[in-house]
Write a protein that binds this ligand. Structure first.
Ligand code: SAM
Length: 285
């Protein structure tokens, strides 16, 4: 089945009376080249478990099922369920769950289908919830090896940004703390139907088995990061001492910075993840 072929996909969707929903971020992939790149870079083999978020009509799902050990897909839209069941009927390694990725108990689901085995995540994500999905998965501490994701280009730029640039922020640090990001390819609007207004990028997040950054108090580290980037025009000392998210007095922060070396007027956005972790360890036990 060539679901990536628009002339094959559209009549099929029409037969089922399917209408695209803008609110659910439904832009289906119709580019074979991009599909191949996702598959080639996901390193799937017959031992791989895959969790797919938002399978749509099953274009990516079909290729995943052909190669993986097990594919579990979560799709919110009821209207897509009979379409997916039809398109993937030849596979017995496929489980479809009609639910909302933001509401489902992910831990229970992962325990049920993958136990303590490793898995990967593959998704052409609905853009309206890209960041919370990625962060929920990291924070859940699951046995994820990697995530291969189609995301909005602007979000990929923020994930991949270097310290001191305008895109560098809480998302860069949040993702970079858990994984090393790798840009796979660009996907312009014409690779989808209907065409989105924005450009997209396929990104792979290679999750660290052993995180390279040690923080004493992860909760306080992330609150500190939030403080740094929510007041990015201020110096680090001012943004942290005035933060509503953490309590630290000015002298404590100045002492930490003196020990660490950078100048006292530095802005937090210049610090890389390692330095932010170091600062957090000075401030929070
Ligand atoms: N994977 C398909 C493809 O590549 O053609 C469809 C990708 S489309 C960008 C996003 C998909 O996510 C849609 O099928 C949409 O219905 C689904 N979706 C949106 N919000 C969701 C949610 N909260 N939970 C699960 N699926 C969701």
């Amino acid at each position: 089945m060539k679901l990536y072929n628009k002339s094959e996909l559209m009549p099929l969707l029409e037969n089922f009376g399917f209408n695209f929903s803008k609110t659910l971020g439904q832009n289906f992939l119709i580019d074979k080249n991009i599909l191949d790149k996702i598959i080639d870079n996901s390193n799937i083999n017959k031992n791989t478990n895959v969790l797919e978020i938002g399978p749509g009509a099953g274009t990516l799902t079909y290729e995943l099922c052909k190669r993986a050990k097990k594919v579990v897909a979560i799709e919110i839209d009821k209207a897509l369920i009979p379409i997916l069941e039809h398109n993937l009927s030849e596979f017995n390694n496929f489980t479809l769950i009609n639910d909302n990725i933001m509401k489902i108990d992910l831990k229970e689901l992962i325990d049920k289908y993958f136990g303590n085995q490793k898995f990967i995540i593959a998704a052409n994500l609905p853009y309206y919830i890209t960041t919370p999905i990625i962060m929920n998965i990291f924070e859940g501490g699951f046995n994820v090896e990697s995530m291969i994701l189609m995301i909005q280009k602007e979000v990929a730029d923020r994930i991949y940004a270097k310290p001191g640039t305008k895109d560098y922020g809480a998302l860069t640090v949040g993702v970079g703390f858990y994984a090393s990001p790798e840009i796979i390819c660009q996907a312009p609007p014409h690779c989808f139907t209907p065409q989105p207004k924005v450009s997209s990028v396929v990104i792979k997040l290679n999750v660290y088995e052993k995180p390279p950054y040690h923080v004493n108090n992860k909760e306080m580290f992330f609150k500190m990061v939030k403080s740094v980037f929510s007041q990015r025009r201020k110096t680090l000392v001012n943004s942290l001492s005035g933060s509503p998210f953490i309590y630290c007095d000015k002298t404590q922060i100045e002492n930490a910075l003196k020990t660490m070396g950078p100048d006292l007027k530095i802005r937090g956005e210049k610090l890389d993840i390692g330095k932010l972790a170091e600062l957090s360890n000075y401030l929070f036990k």
